[in-house]
Design a protein around this ligand. Sequence first.
Ligand code: T3D
Length: 281
Amino acid sequence: MRLRHSTSALKNLAMDQYPASSLLVERQGAVLGLKLNRAQALNSLNADLTAALVKALDAAARDTSVRCVVLKGEGRAFCAGQDLKDPEVANEAGKPKDLGDVVERHYKPLMLRLRSMPVPTLAAVGGVAAGAGASLALLCDVVVAKRSAVFIQAFSSIGLVPDSGATWVLPRLVGRAQALGMAMLGDKLPAERAEQIGLIWKCVQDEAFEAEVRALAERLCRLPTQALVKTRTLLDQGLTCSLEHALNAEAQAQREFGFAHDFAEGVAAFGQKRTAHFTDR
Ligand code: T3D
């Protein structure tokens, strides 16, 4: 992992924490950008890269000056999923590898870490997002994609089932019919269609993509971080709990946030007809 745009706010992200250069860490104000940097292999994931991602997300979670994490890819892809040429998974000389072990050691910690970040996460999908690469994007809170980008559930074409959280997130986002169609057929799903069916938040013209990502990330930074993160948790829980449980959880959250600085600031800003300055983290 390599650091770019080093600033004083990056002091918690010391260089020696990051052994590999397959991940670029970029800092712009309160936005932390994590750029997959294996363009020659379409940013496919190997053990080094997944470990670097977990480490960078851990560091960002601890750094209270970070208010939004953006995941993106170098070059023409977001991420092509597992590196199928990596010796850890490649079936060499008729000796199959234990892929369950790979999923448990690399993908499970990464996806759990991502989904439990204490700040909003934004996936900037500038090209193909396939297999675990699609899961990496879809487990972010907000997904914005270039119009030319595609999403592929690339598992069935290599004899596998969707993984890295895809079986959990796909039906939640698009329902069983679309999830099964995508997962079984493994077609390229254009970003525009992905937006139409609710797989992603937004598809934008290629020329407008960078500016849109920057604007969205900065906007997320200005919003009340703790309330956003709790919103993620409540919505995820709401899919499987009773109405009564959801109402109780909402009441508990409002009880907590009602005493917090951000609520006082939000109401004061409303009364004074000014923009709120949220700082809780
Ligand atoms: O542990 C486990 O294995 C279980 C966990 C699995 C999780 C998964 O993610 S399984 C799914 C793995 N991903 C895939 O099956 C996708 C494979 N890639 C593709 O189908 C295509 O490359 C794309 C549709 C993504 C893009 O096609 P295209 O035509 O734009 O590019 P390309 O020519 O196929 O690829 C460009 C280069 O990237 C090429 O290398 P080369 O020939 O120039 O040296 C290609 O081999 C490399 N590349 C693309 N995807 C991967 C990859 N190298 C390694 N692993 C990849 N996944």
